[in-house]
Design a protein around this ligand. Structure first.
Ligand code: NDP
Ligand code: GDR
Length: 375
């Protein structure tokens, strides 16, 4: 690979943010290296469009097999790549799953971050390599202040958030102890058509899209009252890069400054899919019934259908009820403002999921056996 370009290494390159960031950096002329876990299938769907044939010289985008639980592997990749910038986006990133797999989550999300920072130190890259840590609004958990900003105290509410809190502080510690340019982006929820199917926004847009095309009957959700500050992943990866271009490393909150509930996101999604809903009942008995439908957009739905129900299995042992970020510092110091609204993002996700649902419906109509995975 060429040597005159800036070199970036992304952990979690196959994830939502990793794929957008890789695209962004390639457009900026970077040589981009990504760490990919070995899996029994390729699992590169989100980066296939930027994949380059490894047999061709001067590749700008290169994947390395690796894992955040493997110190020697990470150290070897860093030694080989000699990155100017490391973006640590890799994580077991699902909050509910972290209650099922707390030890693994700690190993990847907390100690994985330490492994990378230690590798930078061990290889003597302290003055060369800048480090971005994917921190999270989940650190605020049981919120101590509204809205949450860089100085708001943390109160994590899940094994995921506790692991990310270690990662936050070890990043600060390596900055203060060894002078590494290391910083935390405290990012509030951000979504896109590339969002994993089990996070609530994508679960909703995909579920309603499938229902609209007659592929599913009902969408089951957990806490409909949860409030989140939802932005678009494209806006947020731009800010990840901006944070590493300053004279001095600092931590920033990245958010839109607006929040809506899960229930409101359901209503917004349904509207985009040509469906009007009425909610009734409370708690575990809450349902949403169709009151009007545009049959051209949603041929699989009729008035009176109950298409959303609550299933307590999606409740969490400890819940984060409300998150609302204050991105003032990012705006004032870096000039960053989000460009995509939650309505625009929702519309983009719905369009994409309806298109996918139509493809599945077509294949089914031609006798292909395809089941729609539901969680
Ligand atoms: P995703 O879940 O979409 O992607 C996570 C990535 O991490 C995937 O590439 C995944 O690989 C990889 N990964 C998981 N375990 C390991 C491991 N043991 N070793 C190496 N890589 C691993 O997350 P997002 O893109 O949404 O988020 C990116 C980062 O930002 C995460 O750290 C997340 O915790 C954090 N964050 C996300 C927010 C959001 O709203 N999206 C908000 C705040 C923080 P594979 O594809 O093989 O599963
Ligand atoms: P979150 O995102 O936990 O905020 O973490 P998620 O979309 O999973 O949940 C948001 C809120 O919706 C409620 N909810 C449901 N959630 C899921 N997944 N499935 C459901 O059926 C459901 N019903 C209601 C949840 O209880 C919660 O309150 C995300 C991840 O990307 C983290 O990695 C990141 O750090 C934070 O955002 C900021």
């Amino acid at each position: 690979m060429s040597t005159d370009k800036k070199v970036a290494l992304i952990t979690g390159v196959t994830g939502q943010d990793g794929s957008y960031l890789a695209e962004f950096l390639l457009e900026k002329g970077y040589e981009v290296h990504g760490i990919k876990r070995r899996a029994s299938l390729f699992n590169t769907e989100r980066v296939d469009h930027i994949y380059e044939d490894p047999h061709v010289k001067n590749q700008s985008f290169k994947l390395h097999y690796g894992d955040l639980t493997d110190t020697s592997n990470l150290t070897r990749i860093l030694q080989e790549v000699q990155p100017d910038e490391v973006y640590n986006l890799g994580a077991q990133s699902h909050v509910a799953v972290s209650f099922e797999a707390p030890e693994y989550t700690a190993d990847v999300d907390a100690i994985g971050t330490l492994r990378l920072l230690e590798a930078i130190r061990f290889l003597g890259l302290e003055n060369k390599t800048r480090f971005y840590q994917a921190s999270t609004s989940e650190l605020y958990g049981l919120v101590q202040e509204i809205p949450q900003k860089e100085t708001t105290p943390f109160y994590p509410r899940s094994p995921y958030a506790v692991a990310k809190m270690y990662a936050y502080w070890i990043t600060v510690n390596y900055r203060e102890s060894y002078g590494i340019y290391a910083c935390n982006g405290i990012l509030f929820n951000h979504e896109s058509p590339r969002r994993g199917e089990t996070f609530v926004t994508r679960k909703i847009t995909r579920g309603i899209a499938n229902i609209s095309q007659g592929l599913e009957a009902c969408l089951y959700l957990g806490n409909m009252d949860a409030l989140r500050d939802w932005g678009h992943a494209k806006d947020y990866v731009r800010m990840q890069w901006m944070m590493l271009q300053q004279d001095n490393p600092e931590d920033f909150v990245i958010a839109t400054g607006k929040q809506i509930s899960v229930r409101e996101f359901v209503t917004m999604t349904a509207k985009e899919a040509g469906i009007e809903l009425e909610f009734s009942g409370e708690g575990v008995d809450e349902i949403a019934t169709v009151t009007a439908v545009d049959a051209d957009i949603a041929p699989g739905v009729k008035v009176g259908d109950v298409i959303v129900k609550v299933d307590p299995r999606y409740f969490r042992p400890a819940e984060v009820e409300t998150l609302l970020g204050d991105p003032t510092k990012a705006k004032e110091k870096l000039g960053w403002v989000p460009e995509i609204t939650v309505e625009e993002m929702c519309a983009e996700m719905v369009r994409d999921d309806i298109q996918k649902a139509k493809q599945v419906a077509l294949l089914k109509a031609h006798g292909h056996k395809i089941s729609v995975a539901i969680e």
